[in-house]
Ligand binder design. Structure first.
Ligand SMILES: Nc1ncnc2c1ncn2[C@@H]1O[C@H](COP(=O)(O)OP(=O)(O)OP(=O)(O)O)[C@@H](O)[C@H]1O
Length: 274
């Protein structure tokens, strides 16, 4: 499935076509080639974790999958359909939602208005109908009676949950656009261990709720989040996929990059920024 197969352990891809398929993706910023001919497959129902040292292009790859950034080279297929351009021009056969590292809420809007933002902007639905949908999504992320609060009145964990509710919001006038895939960029960054557990549980419970997203891709540095939310891991380093495998393989692999990364050792093939 990739031209770096020899480095990638015994990962066997399923026989069906991937829901999301990246082929030969490269991206350079200035002189910095961040992604170098990356192939990546994500299958329906999978929980894929993308890990790797800081600055190795994990968020960049999520933004490319989300259609927020165009690669310099390579192709993206969503359910076997090639995507052209960015998300606003593309007509992806499945909806893809993204939860950003910073909750990215509008400070001047209350929680209701933040979660319902796309419906207020893009539909003719009445305010009370939107509020009903917002309440439904907030309940799914374990929040209620906070619709009137401003983001500044919420804890970090609550802000993340509000951003999840916004990402899973769907337009009942266009059910085909409902997000089937969620992309999480460091959803537990900056949270204490207990708040992280709450978010990890929520990510798993959203995966299992019918009608929401059964497939997700998560970028994280946190060991607990890696272990609790990913079924399969993809390790990026220096623009390449250096390893991929099941979460159960991560502690037994002979791959020296993974061994160093998971142990946090400064000794090994990963160059440590001084
Ligand atoms: N819009 C941009 N313009 C210029 N450089 C960028 C841009 N976006 C990302 N980069 C650079 O690309 C590299 C990869 O960034 P990216 O955020 O994808 O890495 P990351 O693996 O997610 O890092 P971290 O783990 O620290 O969040 C970094 O060197 C970053 O500075």
């Amino acid at each position: 499935m990739t031209n770096h197969k020899s480095q990638i352990t015994n990962y066997q891809s399923p026989k069906e076509e991937p829901l999301i398929k990246l082929r030969g993706i490269s991206k350079t910023f200035g002189k910095n080639k961040v992604l170098d001919n990356i192939d990546l497959d994500i299958y329906k129902g999978e929980a894929v974790g993308i890990i790797g040292p800081s600055g190795t292009g994990k968020s960049t790859i999520l933004r490319i999958i989300a259609g927020l950034l165009e690669p310099d080279e390579g192709e993206i297929y969503i359910q076997e359909e090639k995507r052209d351009g960015l998300i606003e021009d593309a007509n992806d056969p499945v909806g893809i939602g993204m939860v950003f590292q910073q909750a990215a809420l509008f400070d001047s809007l209350n929680v209701d208005e933040n979660v319902g933002f796309s419906l207020y902007q893009n539909t003719k639905l009445g305010r009370s109908r939107i509020q009903e949908l917002v309440r439904e999504k907030l309940a799914m992320v374990g929040l209620s009676d906070i619709g009137h609060l401003l983001p500044s009145e919420l804890s970090g964990g609550m802000k993340k949950r509000v951003s999840f509710a916004r990402a899973i919001m769907s337009n009942p006038e266009k059910p085909e656009d409902s997000p089937e895939v969620l992309l999480y960029d460091e959803p537990t960054a900056g949270l204490d261990p207990i708040a992280s557990t709450v978010i990890e549980d929520l990510i798993r419970s959203l995966q299992c709720q019918q009608g929401v997203c059964s497939t997700y891709c998560i970028v994280t540095h946190q060991d607990s989040t890696i272990r609790r939310t990913a079924d399969r891991l993809v390790f990026l380093y220096q623009g390449k996929v250096k390893w991929q495998g099941k979460i159960s393989e991560v502690d037994n692999t002979e791959n020296s990059h993974i061994r160093q990364f998971m142990s946090g050792s400064v000794q090994g093939p990963i160059q440590v920024a001084s």
